[in-house]
Design a protein around this ligand. Structure first.
Ligand SMILES: [Zn+2]
Ligand SMILES: [Zn+2]
Length: 326
């Protein structure tokens, strides 16, 4: 199953010429999930992947730079005569926010399901789960962890043949965990199956100071997307505003033993490469994702996550539904 993370908005608090505000798209097999929908989210899609009919939108918290793109996207989906339901998931307060936003987008002709989640709660998807964890920001805020279940170990065909198993049906039964009988003796799955293989994990913190919950949620993740709003010279301000320095994020990535760190939400006051260098001194495999960058995440045994610059533009999605006439 292909898994990639697409950065549609990497700016902090306010948009700049090159960076839109918070928005990340997870593509997992056929699933399309948006984490935050900052201002202009739909244009960011149009300028890269094409306007995707996402299945779910997760909102980390209710600062405007994380949801202002939602009304426009919802309205456009309606104009495109979207049929399939849309789920919007966020911390408590989501339903009240939605009532207020309804004044902007009016009536929608497709179903919208709103789910308020607390820390520790999750939503099950086909082939993975999205788990919410509490982060430390100025208001109630969640981070989200994309977590795949463990996969069965690799089936060792040679070992099975060595034990006298030749029937493909028996291969299947062993792979499903059944013990079988061959020539009067029993063969257990663990005789022909390798160790269970780790699923993949991607963690997106939203806005937060460095916190223990992120370290736990992100343990051994392939990719951690973390708030890196400030440089070290503003560490006091980072603490006051519930944000992290890029170096804080790097320390957390090191402690959580993740494979790759992507810092986002970098304040527009900075030269990003200077901030990135501060982080890399602590955690070398740090990237400062730009809008339209993409990270491909193979299964752990097949390699490490790879940053593809402007990768969202290279792989235009087939448009799910035709664009309406103007
Ligand atoms: Zn923000
Ligand atoms: Zn915020």
């Amino acid at each position: 199953m292909d898994l990639s993370v697409i950065f549609l908005g990497t700016g902090g608090s306010v948009p700049s010429a090159r960076r839109a505000t918070a928005c990340v798209l997870i593509r997992s097999g056929g699933a399309r999930i948006l984490i935050d929908a900052g201002e202009g989210a739909q244009r960011q899609m149009i300028n890269s992947t094409g306007l995707i009919q996402v299945d779910d939108v997760y909102i980390t918290h209710f600062h405007a730079d994380h949801y202002l793109g939602l009304p426009g996207l919802l309205k456009t989906y309606d104009l495109m005569e979207r049929q399939k339901p849309l789920r919007i998931i966020g911390p408590p307060g989501l339903i009240a926010l939605f009532e207020a936003l309804r004044l902007i987008f009016g009536r929608l002709r497709y179903e919208v399901e709103l789910i308020e989640l607390g820390p520790g709660e999750g939503v099950t998807h086909d082939g993975f789960e999205m788990r919410a964890f509490g982060v430390e920001h100025l208001m109630r805020a969640l981070g989200f962890a994309y977590v795949e279940p463990e996969r069965p170990g690799r089936f060792d065909v040679d070992a099975a043949r060595g034990l006298g198993i030749t029937d493909p049906h028996d291969f299947g039964r062993l792979q499903r965990g059944e013990t079988i009988s061959v020539n009067g003796s029993e063969v257990r799955p663990d005789q022909v199956m390798g160790e269970p293989r780790q699923g993949r994990k991607v963690v997106i913190t939203g806005d937060t100071g460095p916190c223990e919950m992120t370290r736990i949620a992100a343990h051994a993740a392939q990719l951690l997307v973390h708030d890196g709003t400030f440089a070290i010279d503003q560490s006091t301000r980072a603490a006051e505003t519930g944000h992290s320095t890029a170096r804080d994020a790097a320390q957390l990535a090191a402690d959580a033993e993740v494979e790759m760190l992507a810092i986002v939400h970098v304040s527009s006051r900075y030269n990003v490469s200077a901030v990135l260098n501060e982080a890399r001194q602590v955690f070398p495999n740090t990237v400062a994702a730009r809008d339209f960058d993409l990270v491909e995440i193979p299964f752990p045994e097949r390699g490490e996550p790879q940053l593809v610059q402007e990768g969202a533009k290279h792989r235009p999605e087939p448009q799910a539904e035709p664009t309406p006439a103007p």
